[in-house]
Design a protein around this ligand. Structure first.
Ligand SMILES: [Zn+2]
Length: 163
């Protein structure tokens, strides 16, 4: 190292990385290989330092991945039933985002499943217009009811005071 001063040394290192990107990447890769636990620790330290800013991204990532899986699973089931119409994963994610990742029936921020407003078994289609995001609990309770029937039941359960 040509400089005693920490800042100048850092500047020199940055400059070296800029002018030798391939060598720098290779050196980093070798360092990670030789120091797996330090690498993991530095990742963890980075995460700890930025936990607050990163939290919403991680939460969104987890939600989207879970919801994509649920969407794929439900579409496969609908195809087996020979339902008319189809929707894409992008349409499903857009729908879930529009509902702000909440169940369309109870508002719960739970794992969401595509619910058919008019059930497939009662002639509903599998296009996106017939789909709402629902938590598992609501989806299972709704069963073969239409959206209208299920909402009427929920309203009746809540009673007149809360209307
Ligand atoms: Zn629900």
């Amino acid at each position: 190292m040509p400089y005693k001063d920490v800042d100048r040394r850092r500047e020199y290192a940055r400059e070296w990385i800029r002018t030798n990107p391939a060598k720098a990447r290779e050196a980093m890769r070798r360092w990670r290989e030789r120091h797996p636990s330090e690498h993991a620790a530095s990742n963890r330290a980075y995460y700890e330092r930025h936990k607050q800013e990163l939290a919403p991204y991680f939460a969104q990532y987890r939600r989207e991945h879970r919801d994509v899986r649920q969407g794929i699973h439900a579409r496969r089931r609908a195809r087996k039933l020979g339902a008319i119409g189809s929707y894409t994963t992008a349409e499903w994610i857009e729908l879930v985002q529009r509902w702000n990742w909440t169940c369309a029936y109870c508002g719960e921020r739970d794992a969401l499943e595509p619910d058919h407003r008019i059930p497939l078994a009662r002639g509903g289609s599998n296009s996106i217009e017939n789909i709402l995001p629902a938590c598992r609990h609501c989806n299972q309770r709704k069963g073969l009811l239409t959206e209208e029937e299920f909402r009427a039941r929920l309203a009746a359960e809540r009673g007149p005071l809360e209307l």
